[in-house]
Ligand binder design. Structure first.
Ligand code: DOR
Ligand code: ZN
Length: 436
């Protein structure tokens, strides 16, 4: 049994932000109260050994749930595999991750869904929930067997990495979403508008002499998918929203009652296109970093609930691929191990977002929308939880990262505010920054 003494609990699922003593037993949160005596704790322990943790100066919150993680297994295990990715997850404070389907082969049938789920269980760190593709082979044509994949454990469906260009296919997918009850996650990017672009089209792309992706490449598909969700009633989730126009469209659609949720990535909340450099591909990501105005709209959208959740889009790549010239390097940032600290340091410490909102958006809201366990520390809930030390600072060092990937803009930089203990169903999986 665990006894966390005088720890500051952040649990938006019960509107709680206050110091408490927290007891964990049998994989669940047993009790939370203002102050427990040793006698009370020993009685509740019923003979079980009690490990006491001094929680003063630290926060405890429900483990983060990341609905957008690329794990690369099967097929590209040199970039990441399910074991390394799920270890990176718990090092970063994530107790549940949804694994994207754009592996090699893509996850488009029940056997592959079961493979990803079992590999996650064998690894034994974060809960790994597979996402199946929407279309067979991720080709954007014939729909995959979504009902069958759900039976195998799929938590959502997505062709992420690629847009579904054919509007009739997207409409049908949203019709099917009503049968499974699971969300269709849309990677909104009009293929023709995006063309061969390498970064957001604008002053910065002109200066760098790179082909640009206009903001409309995202927002025209956001508009289309919102209309299709409205017409069908299917459950739509919009991945990595990055433009002012998209935020406005989602806000209007929500006001009309459309069945939609949306996520924003930490890098779009923190960086903008001006920070890109032709000699550094770490911030080359898709959708590309936008303008300062976009970044402001995203923060505002997250504050007012237009954007429901934060998700990493953890996209591991090898160093040799990322060392290519800017126009030839792959898109993506590996972020599981740094995302929470970066959000803490750049957005919470600066007063732009409250920690309560961050936890709501990264744990409570994904649990609710995707129907997942976790997202709460109410007594009886699974003890998926994070002890966070706001003062702990660390240099992001290649030797310490447990992900196989090194494509992070924070390499060599110091970040402050880290998870120092992480439990999955009451089992300690990370202590003092080391994965157990
Ligand atoms: O930057 C990205 N990387 N965006 C995506 O949509 C896909 C991802 C990947 O798979 O590398
Ligand atoms: Zn994507």
């Amino acid at each position: 049994m665990w006894w966390l003494k005088e720890v500051w609990v952040i649990d938006p699922s019960q509107n709680l932000s206050a110091p408490r003593d927290v007891l964990v037993k049998g994989g669940q949160v047993l009790e939370m109260s203002s102050a427990l005596t040793e006698e009370e704790v020993l009685e509740l322990a019923q003979g079980e050994q009690v490990e006491t943790i001094d929680g003063r100066g630290k926060f405890i919150f429900p483990g983060l749930i990341d609905v957008h993680t690329h794990l690369r297994e099967p097929g590209q295990e040199e970039k990441e595999d399910i074991l390394s990715g799920s270890r990176a997850a718990v090092r970063g404070g994530f107790t549940t991750i949804l694994a994207m389907a754009n592996t090699q082969p893509v996850i488009d049938n029940r056997a592959l869904v079961e493979f990803v789920r079992l590999q996650g269980e064998r690894a034994g760190y974060a809960h790994v929930l597979p996402i199946g593709t929407v279309t067979k082979g991720m080709q954007g044509g014939e729909l995959a067997e979504m009902v069958d994949m759900k039976a195998g454990g799929a938590a959502a469906f997505s062709d992420d990495g690629k847009n579904i260009q054919n509007a009739e296919v997207m409409r049908l997918a949203l019709e099917y979403a009503k049968l499974t009850g699971l969300p269709i996650i849309s990677h909104c990017e009009d293929k023709d508008l995006a063309g061969e672009g390498q970064m957001r089209r604008g002053m910065a792309s002109a200066r760098m002499g790179l082909k640009g992706i206009p903001a409309s490449a995202e927002s025209v598909i956001v508009a289309r998918d919102l209309l299709l969700a409205e017409e069908t009633g299917g459950k739509l989730h919009l991945a990595h929203i990055s433009t002012t126009e998209s935020v406005d469209l989602i806000r209007q659609a929500k006001a009309r009652g459309v069945n939609v949720s949306a996520e924003v990535n930490p890098h779009h909340l923190i960086f903008c296109e001006e920070e890109l450099s032709i000699t550094d591909t770490a911030l080359k990501v898709n959708p590309p970093l936008g303008s300062r105005r976009d970044r402001e709209s995203l923060i505002e959208g997250l504050r007012d609930g237009t954007l429901d959740m934060i998700a990493t889009d953890h996209a591991p790549h090898t160093q040799s691929e990322k060392a290519r010239p800017f126009a030839e390097a792959p898109f993506g940032i590996a972020s599981l191990e740094t995302a929470l600290s970066a959000v803490w340091q750049y957005l919470v410490l600066s007063g732009r977002l409250s920690l309560d909102r961050v936890i709501e958006a990264w744990s409570v809201s994904p649990a609710k929308r995707f129907g997942l366990p976790g997202g709460s520390l109410k007594p009886g809930a699974p003890a998926d939880m994070v002890l966070f030390d706001p003062d702990y600072s660390e240099v992001i060092d290649s030797a310490q990262l447990v992900s196989k990937a090194r494509n992070t803009p924070f390499l060599g930089k110091t970040l402050q505010g880290f998870p120092v203990m992480v439990w999955v169903e009451g089992r300690l999986v990370q202590r003092n920054r080391s994965v157990i």
